[in-house]
Each structure stands twice: as C-alpha cells, then as structure tokens.
Design a protein around this ligand. Structure first.
Ligand code: MG
Length: 337
C-alpha cells in the first residue's frame, strides 16, 4: 500500500533490492510508469522492434569502496549491466557509461577506473558507445557513481512456463562478492583472501542455452542474494521452491564471516552468479556443460519447483528440518554494488 500520510522518506533499505525496494517500485514507480514491458519486472526490458527482439537495461553503481579484491566500480559497472542482458537470453552489444564525480576526486583513481571499465567491456564483448560526465561539489557525492545502460539482441525466447519438478541450478559459491566488500571496508578487521566473483556471464549462459531448449528462467542473484531471487520467481505464482542447504555452494570463509556477523549467506550479494531453472529431464545435461566452463566449475543443482506451499521458498536444512526463506525486509549491508 502507498504510504497515506504523504510524509515518507527514503531509507538505505529502499536500495537493498529486498522487500522495501520491491514495495517502492510497485507502489510508487510502476503505478506512474505503468506499461506491459515494465510490468514484466525482468532484468532487462525486451523490446520488439520491427521483428528484432532488443534487450535494454540500466544500472547505477554506488559501491563502497571503489576498489576491492577481485574488482572495482568500473568492472562492476560493465558486468552488472551485461549480466542483466545475458539472463534474458540476449547477447550484450553496446553500453553507455555515465559518471557522476565529486569535485576533488583524484585523477589517477579516475583513470584507473576508466581503464578497468574499458578492459571489462573488451572482455564482455561490448562497446562503450555513449556517455556523460557530471561533477558535483566536494562533499555532495562520494568519489564517483557510475550508471551504465546496455542493449543486446535476444536470440532466445525466455521465460517458458515453469513447471512442478523443474530443477534449480547455480554456477558456484554464493556470497563471495558481499563478503569481499565487507572485508575490503576494513571496519571489522577481517583479513580474508576472498575475492569478489564479479564476472561476465553471457558466454556461460550461451553454452547453457544451446545445450537445452528447456531453460525456463534465469536471473543473476545480485543485491538481496539467492533468497531474494527465488522469492521473486515464486511471488504471486501457483508454485513454490524448495532448496537443499547441503547442496548450496558456500565457501568456508563466507560461512565463517556469516556466523560471526549473524548474516545468512542466502541473502548475500553475488556479481558473477546465475540461477537457472531448467526442465527436470535436461538438468544433468545442463549441469555437465556448466561445470566445464571456467565460470561454472562449482555448479550445483540446488533445488526444484514444488506444488506447495505456493509462492514460498522452503529450505531443507542440513540438520534435517525445513524452514521458509522470506524476502529480506532491510539490508545486511548498504552500497555493495
Ligand atoms: Mg539482475
């Protein structure tokens, strides 16, 4: 429901990707922008232009710190956007790059970010074709924010109808990105060797799509993590999901930090992971193909689509119980992407 008082304010949790972000979009943005393309709430809009299916997406990057093990804001700004194109079955082609820089930001860091962004674009096979630069007064920004938009051509039609018994796959360990960011902030005195999983997924995804015609749905579990992505899949649908804790890949370092801080790995952000729903009959074939790809060596089948409870995500725990995994309300950590 829309806040009735007219007197409401944005909190950091509105940017978490969890329930408050969803409520904000649903109650304040979708109501004003209402159209069938936006209503799909997919990672990219898919536009039919004279018979060509064009994927179009945009993403702003506000990560803190700007440089972290395994990446930096420039690399993230490319991969975050190309992955949103890839998961709707598109081949990423062109991106834009808009900087909002704070007065006084050091030129060497700006050059380093730009070089990294350019290298990431080459790696991902996209070209930066347009951009913008704005500067705000000292103290009115936080170094640099980067917005990228991307377009690509869809060669595959997604999603197909999700059915009971379909399998859920992921291409490796969850939580690496968010824990690497926490560690890089240095506030907790953690001294981890962990790197962010920040990576472009289009090549892995194209192998998956040519292996099986039964790929029903894909999404990159970024902010809000695996739990949020799975909740988005089942939201207002007549099926649920069950995942098996014992099969979900989590690094020991990530588990350790989670138990220390009271975090749940299921809610941690990833920047190089994709959740794939595939027809049961093709699941092991797809898994085999994923596991020979450099970005899929840790792939696992982690669960399946179930009849009930409808609209809910259930977790079979390692100690033999079952619990509901809700959409997160707030945020474990702001500004992780
Ligand atoms: Mg996404």
């Amino acid at each position: 429901m829309k806040e009735s008082s007219g007197n409401w304010h944005i909190s950091l949790a509105h940017g978490s990707g969890g329930k408050l972000t969803h409520d904000l979009i649903k109650n304040h943005f979708s109501t004003e922008f209402k159209n069938p393309i936006l209503s799909a709430l997919a990672d990219s809009a898919v536009l039919n232009l004279n018979g060509t299916r064009l994927a179009f997406t945009t993403d702003s990057h506000v990560i803190k710190p700007l440089f972290y093990p395994g990446g930096d804001i420039g690399k993230l700004a490319v991969y975050g956007t190309v992955n949103d194109l890839a998961v709707v079955g598109a081949k990423p082609l062109y991106i834009s790059c808009a900087y909002v820089v704070e007065e006084g930001f050091d030129g060497e860091s700006l050059d380093r970010i730009t070089r990294s962004l350019a290298e990431a674009a080459r790696t991902a096979g996209v070209i930066v074709v347009t951009g913008d630069t704005k500067v705000v007064e000292h103290g009115k920004g936080d170094g640099i924010f980067i917005n990228t938009s991307g377009i690509g051509i869809c060669n595959y039609t997604l999603p197909q109808d999700i059915e009971i018994g379909d399998k859920i796959l992921i291409n490796g360990t969850i939580g690496d990105h968010e824990i690497a960011i926490i560690s890089a902030r240095g506030e907790l005195g953690l001294n981890l060797k962990l790197e962010s999983d920040c990576a472009p997924l289009a090549d892995l995804i194209s192998h998956v799509l040519t292996t099986s015609g039964k790929i029903k749905f894909m999404r990159d579990p970024t902010r809000g993590g695996l739990a949020t992505t799975l909740n988005e899949i089942v939201e207002e649908r007549d099926f649920g999901v069950i995942i098996d804790e014992g099969t979900i890949p989590v690094r020991e370092e990530v588990k350790g930090v989670c138990s220390l801080l009271g975090f749940d790995p299921l809610y941690l952000a990833n920047e190089g992971k994709v959740v794939i729903i595939v027809g049961r009959e093709d699941a092991s074939k797809v898994l085999d193909v994923m596991r020979v790809h450099p970005l899929g060596m840790g792939s696992q089948i982690i669960g399946e689509i179930i009849e009930s409870p409808e609209g809910r995500v259930c977790l079979k725990t390692e100690i033999g119980g079952t619990r509901i995994v809700d959409m997160p309300v707030g945020t474990q950590l702001p500004r992780i992407c």
